[in-house]
Design a protein around this ligand. Structure first.
Ligand code: DC
Length: 252
């Protein structure tokens, strides 16, 4: 009788219930054109998490500044004008005309406009402005309130979510990155030369790493992913192991 009682009690202990995994924040930082966005997007989809492209937010701010005359022909920024007008704008993500997730600035889908080399050349200076970073950070922290988010950028693990459960720092040789970016531009019908793409990448690396506010650097507790010689499936094998070993998480 006593044995039956014990067995009944034990079988109802919570350890026998299926394990519920709590959601985590995955911060993916690293150099430009390391494939962070595509990787982060797929990781989010396979975990059923929300994906946030933080570079797109800085690009949208740059697009706003440029199209509203806050950046002149020589690249000089009217900081005062931008600081006054920026907070009234809404930047976010929803479906674009092609049915894919896209970046919106107020009521306009700006996904295509923010990816041009012209905006790429201007975005580093805009993203180095402290008031721009504060504006974007506020929006990003709201996305992270419920966890279950994969965010890629430059300072997510070091500044936006220093307590993120998993931090990944992605890098690759600059020539490899330039080649990948060049191919993307060509596939999209762009005309920039390989040398221009390489120059732009080097300049952006330099500005991102040396700026005073939230410079790009690997967080001490971030895991390094150098994908110079790695295929996309290999990167997933690498991540699968970390997610399973550290968090008991399995991607679909
Ligand atoms: O990832 P991307 O190339 O779309 O980013 C565009 C620019 O935005 C990049 O030059 C650096 C900046 N950026 C940033 O400063 N902090 C982030 N968290 C994300 C991007």
């Amino acid at each position: 009788m006593l044995l039956k009682f014990i067995i009944t009690k034990i079988s109802f202990l919570p350890i026998f219930a299926p394990m519920e995994h709590s959601k985590i924040i995955i911060a993916i930082d690293g150099h430009s054109s390391t494939g962070k966005s595509s990787f982060a997007k797929q990781v989010a989809a396979r975990l059923g998490y929300v994906y946030v492209d933080t570079g797109a937010m800085y690009r949208a701010v740059t697009y706003f500044a440029y199209t509203n005359g806050f950046i002149d022909n020589k690249g000089k920024i009217n900081e005062e004008g931008l600081m006054k007008t920026l907070p009234a704008n809404r930047i976010g993500f929803k479906l674009g005309p092609d049915g894919k997730s896209a970046t919106w600035l107020n009521n306009a889908c700006v996904e295509k406009q923010i990816r041009t080399l012209d905006i790429s050349n201007k975005v580093s200076k805009i993203s180095a402005l402290p008031f721009v970073r504060e504006y974007v950070d506020r929006i990003l922290r709201r996305f992270g309130e419920d966890k279950g988010v994969v965010m890629d950028g430059r300072d997510i693990g070091t500044s936006v979510f220093p307590n993120a459960e998993l931090k990944i720092f992605m890098t690759a040789a600059v020539e490899v990155r330039a080649q990948r970016r060049f191919k993307e531009i060509q596939d999209a019908g762009g005309k920039e030369s390989f040398d221009d793409v390489l120059k732009n990448l080097k300049e952006r690396d330099h500005i991102d790493q040396t700026r005073a506010v939230s410079p790009l650097r690997k967080a001490d507790d971030a895991v390094l992913l150098d994908n110079s010689n790695m295929s996309i499936p290999e990167q997933f094998v690498w991540l699968d192991r970390i997610l399973l070993e550290r968090f008991g998480l399995q991607m679909k």
